[in-house]
Design a binder for this molecule. Sequence first.
Ligand SMILES: [Mg+2]
Ligand SMILES: [Zn+2]
Length: 181
Amino acid sequence: MSGDPFVFLDRDGTLIEEVGYGHRLEDYALLPGAIDALRDLRDAGFRFAIVTNQSGIGRGMFGREDYEIYHGRLLDDLALADIAVEKTYMCPHAPADGCSCRKPEPTSLFDARDSLGADLARSWVIGDHVKDVALAANAGCRGILVRTGHGEEERVQLGDTPVDAVVADLRAAADHILGRG
Ligand SMILES: [Mg+2]
Ligand SMILES: [Zn+2]
């Protein structure tokens, strides 16, 4: 069994500003250094997917169309930088829905293994929540917690959750993965 190494990226608080259920274009902002970090990972042979919980949809706070526009802005910005996101795994459910697609459930990463050819043992998850690094553990990847977004609050709640590194931001996460830390 082989495949390609992936970096699975959380969105809010990792790639773009955490603004609390972000869905309005006026709130959209890429985090500093994100593009450069992704370019370096791309050049090192990593492929990308985004894994994002958007419970604001399930909670009735915004619609799928709002999500598509907001998320589309990010994909456009990344495409302009020649960063290909091969798939976005988006969970629209509220926690109480008990779905199987909400992080840290690993169904998204198993799909990436089966349909995109991800080699999970050589892949990483980067995010600002405990559930992001728990996702990594549940899927057999390595996880990095960034301190952007909610990362500062989340890091003290890691408990026994396996984490490969806690770093300042996506730029530092890329350096860690690439052995430049
Ligand atoms: Mg996040
Ligand atoms: Zn779901």
